[in-house]
Design a protein around this ligand. Structure first.
Ligand code: AHR
Length: 663
């Protein structure tokens, strides 16, 4: 009986499956999409698609800033955090942390080594280990001050089994009361992602040490004490239109004392006053007690990075308000002047002639040519009347001196609600250049908001979507990871940003980088460990938009309507009048493939062969990983036109970029 019932059930299921099967997998109807080539509806700004950089998730220290020694200047709250002293018989007073804050408030602490008898070792654990590459040269440097010469230092990279995988010797050459900087280099003999760095002290004597540093030499552009090349390369490959920096909440700080102050981030690294990273203690479930900001990646380096990869610099400055989720401190209005002055000085630092005070500082740092700063953010995620009061003071001062600098203002943390409405109305009345909107929302929200800007006012106030990311359905991911679902929904919304490029003139996904062993916030666009990095599906979506931005938006419609979800389709199209090509972006969010017949109306003669780059996966939960970094990545093939008609079958759950050159 049971067998019979089972057999009957199976039979019924088969019929149901048979009936359903074609609609689950195969395209049925053909959707006719009209692209009007002769009717440009908006200009695409050359800097439309950019990146948002913040020192979160060990993005800078322990990430793109290639320094390998954690707490090199002993300025962490616990001065020896990251260091351990290894020796047989410890003697009191042989290793001391000395504080000279009255003579050096930027970098008060140093280490005093008094070598009396037995040799001992000081070991640095690095930022979650030290990534070491075989054959790469490593540059060790230190500031020292030798009052009783006689101490020699053996430098060793050691693996988990205490095997030496790189070694050098440091013999201090100078003695006396001055501080000297001296370097020595050695080559690693093995690759290891989690090495440690040991300094073995030999001999007898007394030496003071500060800024104990170790850098790989295979940095971006081989710059000494520079940035991690693999991470910068991933950014460069995106050809981002701008880099927004340095945050994010770290601009605000938990309190005003720990806000980001750009002037403390330029010049000799030993003079850059380190502070606690705001992400150090933000999330109780992801504590990062060893997260501080050394500012080795400071404002000069940010401008240089932007220039290197052809992006506009977009600095965001503190507006006299600390994070409103933390202390919520505001500076008294009659004490706001230094904050405003910082903004004015930053513009002079970036653009001023070398005869100006801050232009000269830039020149002295090695960049006499201006950086051509065009825009500046006033505050990060600030809100409320207290923000409005401060914004107005900033605006008056900056516009009076630099009327051409575009100013970007916060609309708070959310893209709707009372706080948003208050600021949105106020800023529009004030004829703000840009309003910065942020959204971290579900895939569903993104799909529903693909038409968000279709009815936005068309006036001088533009939108900068300064932070956005789909926080995917956790029942799919199990964790806060981005996957193909989140990237596909982002791509769908981004067609709406592109269609409205006259209103939405810039956009950047957030956050950018995360270290697998040290993140606080997820999802993120790019994941790194101490040696490697890979792009998530969102990385490839961002890259496809950014490298195919075009110059002019042209209308793409289905039944004369914008394509914002009909049959799970979302689309936009642009012409690139420089490269002479038509670019169509279309997502298929349906679980079945769909036939599209594009009718390419207009006088422009198109070649009859084009290309399609497709990102797709049948599993919405698919993620990229170190093991499989390209699981979701673009696949390219050819498409053929017939006159003005282009027929394509879009795969289920796919994002497609179709390119056809003009004849
Ligand atoms: O991107 C992560 C954080 O999200 C940013 O620091 C902040 O601006 C937003 O709340």
């Amino acid at each position: 009986m049971a067998t019979k019932m089972y057999a009957k059930g199976l039979f019924c299921n088969c019929i149901i499956l048979f009936l359903l099967a074609p609609s689950l997998t195969k395209a049925q109807n053909t959707h006719l999409i009209k692209i009007e080539l002769d009717k440009p509806i908006a200009k695409v700004q050359p800097n439309m698609w950019g990146v948002f950089f913040e020192d979160i998730n060990f993005g800078a220290d322990g990430g793109i800033y290639a320094e390998l020694i954690k707490n090199r200047s002993f300025e962490f709250t616990k001065p020896l955090m990251g260091w351990s002293i290894v020796r047989a018989k410890p003697q009191e007073g042989e290793v001391l942390v000395v504080n000279r804050k009255d003579v050096n408030s930027a970098n008060p602490r140093y280490l005093q080594i008094k070598k009396l008898t037995d040799d001992f070792e000081l070991v640095n654990e690095g930022f979650k280990g030290i990534g070491v590459k075989k054959g790469v040269r490593y540059d060790f440097s230190v500031l020292y001050h030798q009052v009783q010469p006689g101490v020699a230092m053996v430098l060793q990279l050691i693996d988990g089994d205490k095997k030496v995988i790189g070694q050098g010797t440091f013999n201090p050459k100078e003695s006396g009361t001055n501080w000297f900087k001296q370097s020595v280099s050695f080559v690693a003999t093995e690759t290891n992602p989690k090495a440690k760095f040991s300094i073995l002290f030999q001999g007898k004597g007394k030496i003071d040490l500060d800024m104990i540093s170790l850098f790989p030499t295979d940095t971006w552009k081989n710059r000494p004490q520079g940035l991690r090349a693999d991470m910068v390369q991933l950014l460069a490959d995106m050809k981002p239109g701008f880099i927004r920096f340095p945050g994010g909440c770290i601009v605000e700080g938990t309190d005003l004392a720990n806000r980001y102050q750009w002037k403390n981030t330029i010049g000799p690294i030993e003079d850059r006053k380190m502070i606690i990273n705001r992400w150090n203690m933000e999330f109780a479930h992801r504590p990062a007690p060893d997260y501080f900001q050394s500012f080795g990646l400071g404002f000069f380096e940010y401008f240089q990075l932007a220039e290197d990869i052809g992006s506009d610099a977009l600095p965001i400055l503190n507006c006299g308000m600390a994070c409103q989720f933390n202390s919520g401190e505001v500076v008294a209005l009659d004490e706001l002047e230094p904050y405003v002055q910082d903004a004015l000085d930053l513009i002079e630092f970036a653009n001023g002639d070398v005869s100006t005070k801050w232009g000269k500082k830039r020149a002295d740092l090695g960049h006499p040519k201006p950086f051509n700063l065009k825009m500046l953010g006033v505050g990060n995620e600030n809100w409320g009347p207290q923000y409005m009061e401060r914004v107005s003071i900033f605006k008056n001062a900056i516009k009076a001196k630099y009327p051409n600098i575009k100013l970007i203002y916060s609309s708070g943390t959310d893209p709707e609600g009372d706080r948003f409405n208050l600021l949105n109305n106020y800023l529009r009345n004030e004829k703000a250049d840009f309003i910065d909107e942020h959204y971290y929302r579900s895939a569903d929200w993104f799909l529903k908001n693909a038409g968000r800007y279709d009815n936005y006012p068309r006036n001088d106030t533009k939108i900068f979507v300064g932070e956005y990311a789909v926080h995917a359905d956790k029942s799919l991911t199990g964790k806060d990871k981005n996957n193909w679902q989140s990237a596909l929904a982002s791509a769908s919304l981004m067609t709406g940003l592109e269609r409205n490029a006259d209103v939405v003139q810039m956009a950047s996904y957030a956050p950018l980088f995360a270290h697998v062993d040290a993140w606080q916030w997820a999802p993120d666009m790019i994941w790194v460990d101490n040696l490697k990095s890979y792009g998530t599906p969102d990385y490839y979506v961002q890259k496809l938009f950014s490298t195919n931005k075009g110059t002019d938006v042209v209308s793409a419609t289905l039944d004369n309507k914008n394509i914002i979800g009909q049959n799970g389709l979302y689309a936009s199209s642009v012409l690139d009048n420089t490269k002479k090509e038509l670019i169509i972006k279309i997502t298929n969010n349906a679980e079945q493939s769909q036939n599209i017949d594009f009718y390419l109306e207009g006088k422009i003669n198109l070649k009859q062969k084009g290309s399609i780059e497709e990102l797709s996966h049948s599993n919405l939960n698919q993620q990229n990983s170190f093991e499989n970094p390209l699981a979701v990545s673009p696949q390219k093939s050819v498409v053929n036109l017939k006159g003005k008609s282009l027929k394509v079958e879009l795969n289920p759950y796919s994002f497609n970029v179709i390119k056809i050159r003009f004849k």
